[in-house]
Design a protein around this ligand. Structure first.
Ligand SMILES: C[S@@+](CC[C@H](N)C(=O)[O-])C[C@H]1O[C@@H](n2cnc3c(N)ncnc32)[C@H](O)[C@@H]1O
Length: 243
């Protein structure tokens, strides 16, 4: 099983304290359906404007019980009000689109729900370019001996400071095994037993205005790495707060 599905199944098990069959899962950006196929819950929905190699092949891979929508996430959120326990955001890797997906996902999240965001930890200047082909070609040209030659993350990481600034009810933790991924939850619903975090570490004076974050570069990420709250996945636990 891929580490993404493995991680998602584990977090869902924390939500349910047991079998996760009854939970509902939404994946934005499905591609070939590798992760969607391996997530173990009963209700699964995938959204992608261009499944690979085509929708029929992905449907066969994930099974007939899975609902696929061949459309952009924007179109999907316009036509569907369905709610979910777990939403995995892995669509277009431009921060404006990811933030839009994030806000729409929050509106569709059931009580106790979790959102996982893919590719929140760029590994170098090249990996955070918005154009994937340019990212890989420029690394190949300028750093021909680079170890992670094909790594690409886009500028998804900019969503984390936006959440820190504009969603004070949320908490998060980032996992760096494989591509970095950040998990978000509502503070009033969950206690994080692992980290010493007591909410957003960003003070009011440090908040990043929306219009400035778009221009920030890899150096900003390096300087503000602590904001991402990278934790060890092994010991990470969430437990529901008593209501
Ligand atoms: C990295 S792949 C997804 C991989 C998949 N989540 C997995 O774990 O196997 C990104 C996918 O996002 C899709 N995508 C691009 N723009 C999108 C949009 N506006 N809305 C939803 N999906 C989009 C692409 O077609 C591509 O298949």
């Amino acid at each position: 099983m891929g580490y993404r599905a493995d991680r998602i199944n584990r977090f869902m098990a924390m939500q349910q304290s047991g079998p996760i069959g009854g939970l509902a899962y939404l994946e934005i950006g499905v591609h070939e359906g590798s992760t969607l196929a391996e997530v173990n819950c009963g209700r699964k929905v995938g959204v992608d404007p261009s499944f690979s190699p085509e929708r029929e092949a992905v449907q066969a891979k994930v099974g007939d019980h899975v609902t696929l929508h061949e459309m952009t996430s924007n179109s999907y959120f316009e036509v569907s009000q369905e709610t979910f326990d777990f939403i995995y955001i892995d669509g277009l890797h431009h921060w404006e689109q990811v933030y839009s997906d994030f806000v729409c996902s929050l509106a569709r999240l059931r009580p106790g729900g979790l959102i996982l965001l893919d590719d929140t930890l760029p590994i170098d200047w090249f990996s955070m370019r918005r154009n994937k082909a340019f990212s890989i070609q420029s690394r190949r040209f300028l750093k021909p001996k680079a170890r992670h030659r094909h790594a690409w993350h886009g500028d998804v990481f900019k969503v984390v400071p936006l959440v820190a600034s504009f969603h004070r009810d949320l908490e998060w933790a980032t996992f760096d095994r494989g591509n970095g991924q950040t998990l978000f939850w509502r503070r009033l619903e969950w206690a994080d037993e692992h980290s010493s975090s007591t909410g957003s570490p960003v003070t009011t004076s440090e908040r990043k205005p929306l219009r400035r974050i778009g221009n920030e570069e890899y150096f900003w990420f390096l300087k503000n790495r602590a904001l991402f709250q990278i934790v060890s996945e092994q010991g990470f636990r969430l437990s529901r707060r008593a209501s």
